[in-house]
Design a protein around this ligand. Structure first.
Ligand code: AMP
Ligand code: ZN
Length: 113
């Protein structure tokens, strides 16, 4: 049995979220604790714990393509945006279902903290 988690619950609709885009394989929704004026999360609907656990490289094309296309549709190409994946506790991952943060609407520092 595949492990179920918070974002599996959002993907299935059991846990409410502000959905921005979805298709059969991916979902984009608003982060509940936004760190920028635009802060969205793109996830595969299938449970994958982290970037280290991706088995099918085609998932990257689908997930990152979805994040970039969402940014494009929101008109963010010119002002810019940041895509972030935290892998593992030490990198700041708190929800162990792979997700891409899409953040925009302010300036971002480099290197990140
Ligand atoms: P990370 O720390 O990279 O694992 O990111 C997890 C993100 O999930 C954080 O930015 C949280 O604010 C966000 N988050 C946690 N619970 C929810 C929820 N129920 N709906 C939307 N976003 C959430
Ligand atoms: Zn999950």
């Amino acid at each position: 049995m595949e492990k179920k988690c918070l974002f599996c619950g959002i993907a299935s609709g059991e846990v409410p979220a502000q959905r921005v885009y979805e298709d059969d394989e991916v979902l984009v929704f608003k982060d509940v604790n936004p760190q920028a004026p635009v802060h969205l999360l793109a996830i595969p609907k299938e449970h994958v714990s982290s970037s280290a656990d991706v088995k099918d490289p085609a998932l990257w094309s689908k997930l990152m393509g979805c994040a970039v296309e969402t940014a494009h549709r929101l008109g963010l190409d010119d002002e810019g945006y940041r895509l972030v994946i935290n892998c593992g506790t030490r990198a700041g991952q708190t929800v162990f279902h792979l997700h891409v943060h899409l953040m925009a609407g302010r300036s971002f520092h480099w290197p990140p903290g």
